[in-house]
Design a protein around this ligand. Structure first.
Ligand code: PIR
Ligand code: CA
Length: 310
């Protein structure tokens, strides 16, 4: 049973990550924290509460985090996620309230209150909250079990030719997070572009015929259309739940150990995750990069999660 905090910006694929983290019996979801990214902090926080309502997730607290990146102006991905950040499905009115505590304090307090090496942080948005937590309480660095994040890539970008959105919108935060002495696994575009919601995926989810399944079909249909119009994908890549799938069953995601750093100064390459595949791998390397996904095992986990919610 992996104890995790999901730090996200829902977001269509973040919503699927919430589903998988909450429903799967091998994951103990201690809390959900939000960060500005796909949309403004107000919108993504509202969306997290709305997704919680769909999932009947009333026993997992939700905390609002940073409204903007550390240094740069906020950028949102409205063309992919729409005006609300979660266009395509009807969002219920949340019955759960947002917690009073700031997301960064929840992260710090949870890591410090639990046994060392038991809490995994799973960021699926920009890394602002995690960077702030590191700066506010550096003791978390040696106490966290590992970081498994969605972001970056070594083969392509999606926000620039070489930079992925979550890293590109707050590269200074990513630089802080990637340069700490904790185990970190980067689940980037190289991996998540294999997590395609193909026609048979749509059919399988649609056939479940439940309220939950139709919510996710509606979301994924919008995501598919947006991905077709913006990036010419026939089937949309469902990025964020790949992190959770890896934690549930590491055989679903093949990783390679390699040093990774974040470009902050390049005139064309800001936000690039520079992965060093040269051999030999340095002794002190503590970063891993995801390279290959087992597509059918991945989607089986998602189907199971939808069935468990009912
Ligand atoms: C997806 C995202 C942002 C921009 C685009 N074009 C597509 C969001 C997803 O929620 C995911 O976490 C990550 N950022 C993929 O880049
Ligand atoms: Ca996201």
């Amino acid at each position: 049973m992996e104890k995790i905090i999901l730090d996200c910006d829902p977001g269509h694929d973040d919503a699927v990550a919430m589903l998988l983290a909450y429903a799967n019996p091998n994951i103990d979801l201690l809390g959900v924290t939000t960060v500005a990214g796909n949309q403004t902090i107000e919108k993504v926080t509202h969306n997290a509460l709305a997704v919680a309502e769909i999932l009947n997730m009333y026993n997992v607290p939700i905390f609002k985090g940073s409204p903007q990146p550390l240094v740069r102006e906020i950028e949102v991905s409205e063309e992919i996620h729409g005006e609300s950040g979660l266009e395509g499905a009807e969002l219920p009115i949340p019955s759960q309230d947002i917690q009073e505590k700031h997301a960064v304090d929840f992260i710090i307090e949870t890591v410090m209150a639990n046994e060392p090496n038991t809490i995994t942080l799973v960021p699926t948005g920009s890394l602002t909250n995690i960077a702030l937590a590191v700066k506010k309480e550096p003791k978390i660095i040696e106490r966290v079990k590992e970081i498994v994040l969605m972001g970056g890539g070594f083969n392509t970008g999606n926000w620039s030719p070489v930079a992925e959105f979550n890293i590109a919108v707050d590269p200074e935060a990513a630089h802080i997070v990637f340069n700490q002495e904790w185990e970190l696994t980067m689940v980037g575009l190289d991996l998540t572009h294999q997590a395609l919601a193909t026609d048979d995926v749509f059919e399988n989810i649609n056939n479940m015929g439940t309220k939950t399944s139709s919510f996710f079909v509606d979301l994924l249909k919008f995501f598919q259309k947006a991905y077709k119009e913006n990036q010419d994908f026939v089937s949309p890549p469902v990025h964020d739940p790949c992190t959770i799938a890896y934690l549930i069953d590491p055989t679903i995601v093949t990783t390679k150990k390699a040093p990774i750093d974040i470009e902050l100064n390049g005139s064309l390459t800001v936000g690039m995750t520079v992965v060093d595949f040269r051999q030999p791998i340095p002794e002190d390397c503590n970063t891993h990069v995801a390279v290959k996904l087992d597509h059918s095992k991945f989607w089986d986990l998602i189907y199971d999660a939808i069935k468990i919610i009912g």
